[in-house]
Design a protein around this ligand. Structure first.
Ligand code: PHE
Length: 357
């Protein structure tokens, strides 16, 4: 009996797979298995013999059955481990190509600006980049002899020979969109107009093409106080600092009366620009109450309606916010620059999620 026990427990321990184990089971406990035959042999024994051999055989049978079950579970586990090991995949490897393109800081800033003003109830208006001189100048109270026409370094379009009408211009600012919007949609209105503008100028802070965003809000009782609140609200959101401080400085634009240029408090300590602290002031925009003549030029009755307008340089805002030192690099299409200053295409700026992360 001990011999049997040794033999089968060793065979079970040595079985390398389910089939070998099944062979051991048949050899011991199968119909013609050694243990089964011994049990059948109990009938031929004397009652005394049976009394010791019976329980011993039963115990042996149970022990072998238990060992078989354990071995089967062990083999099943090992089989599963082997299968899983074969199916393992390296999830640390990115199966997609690395993203190459980035969102240009100007596009990013435009998206941020639009998101902020949308939250304040402004929609987006558009106008052409090749503009008539009437929309770019006259309608904005800049008559032909006005010095602003010279100081703006305007690009003029060519006219066909013999065509003596005043030439079209590349718009020098987004302000003509004020006129077009009021003509097309009337008042009251609340819009921003982001887009490209052109002036013949080129140095560290000027490029011949740059971007502005115009703001226009007209209603029956809109005042400078509304302008101030809107601009403060905008700067707080755009620069993502609570303590922004703005200074309204009396100025002059032909198309606003009164007019104000707005400076933002900043510090240049250690050559690092910080918005909202320090003793320096940086000019960021022009603004004012829309001139009655401008309203009239757009067909709006200045006795009934009034409101504010402002214009800011988007590139300049982006330079300030993202610490970009030279404006010229914005438009050189240098891939290293774009990778460094660009934004992920998947990070859409929203006020809820944060504008720039
Ligand atoms: N158009 C002005 C500029 O380009 C900015 C401005 C817009 C000022 C609206 C006042 C009101 O400098």
């Amino acid at each position: 009996m001990t011999g049997l026990r040794e033999k089968y427990l060793t065979a079970i321990a040595d079985a390398g797979d389910e089939a070998a184990l099944e062979g051991v089971r048949l050899a011991a406990l199968g119909k013609k298995g050694e243990v089964s035959l011994r049990m059948r042999g109990l009938g031929a024994m004397t009652p005394e013999e049976r009394q010791t051999a019976g329980p011993a055989l039963n115990a042996l049978k149970d022990e072998i059955a238990t060992a078989l079950a354990e071995a089967r579970a062990r083999l099943a586990d090992a089989a599963l481990d082997a299968r899983v090991a074969g199916q393992w995949s390296d999830i640390t490897l990115d199966p997609r190509p690395l993203p190459q393109g980035t969102i240009h800081p100007v596009s990013q800033a435009m998206e941020e600006i639009s998101a902020i003003f949308a939250d304040l109830g402004f929609s987006v208006a558009e106008g052409p980049q090749v503009e008539s001189d009437w929309y770019n100048f006259d309608a904005l109270n800049i008559p032909p002899e006005h010095p602003a026409r010279q100081t703006m370094d305007t690009f003029y379009m060519a006219r066909a020979e013999g065509d003596n009408r005043p030439p079209h211009v590349l718009r020098t600012h987004t302000s003509p969109v004020q006129i077009r919007h009021m003509q097309d949609y009337g008042v009251p209105c609340r819009v921003i107009a982001p887009g490209r503008v052109y002036r013949a100028d080129y140095d560290q802070t000027h490029t011949p093409m740059f971007h502005q965003v115009e703001g226009l809000a007209i209603d029956r009782d809109i005042s400078m106080a509304n302008l101030k609140w809107v601009l403060e609200e905008f700067c707080r959101a755009f620069f993502e600092v609570d303590g922004v401080e703005l200074k309204f400085r009396a100025s002059h634009f032909p198309f606003t009366e009164p007019s104000a240029e707005v400076d933002i408090r900043c510090s240049w300590a250690g050559g690092q620009l910080k918005i909202g602290e320090g003793d320096d002031w940086l000019e960021i925009l022009g603004s004012g109450m829309v001139h009655p003549k401008v309203l009239a030029a757009a067909g709006i009755d200045p006795e009934q309606w009034q409101g504010f307008a402002f214009g800011m340089g988007i590139d300049r805002l982006a330079m300030l916010k993202y610490g970009i030192p030279d404006l010229r690099a914005f438009f050189e299409s240098d891939l290293r620059w774009l990778r460094h200053y660009g934004f992920s295409a998947l990070d859409v700026p929203t006020l809820q999620a944060g504008l720039s992360r």
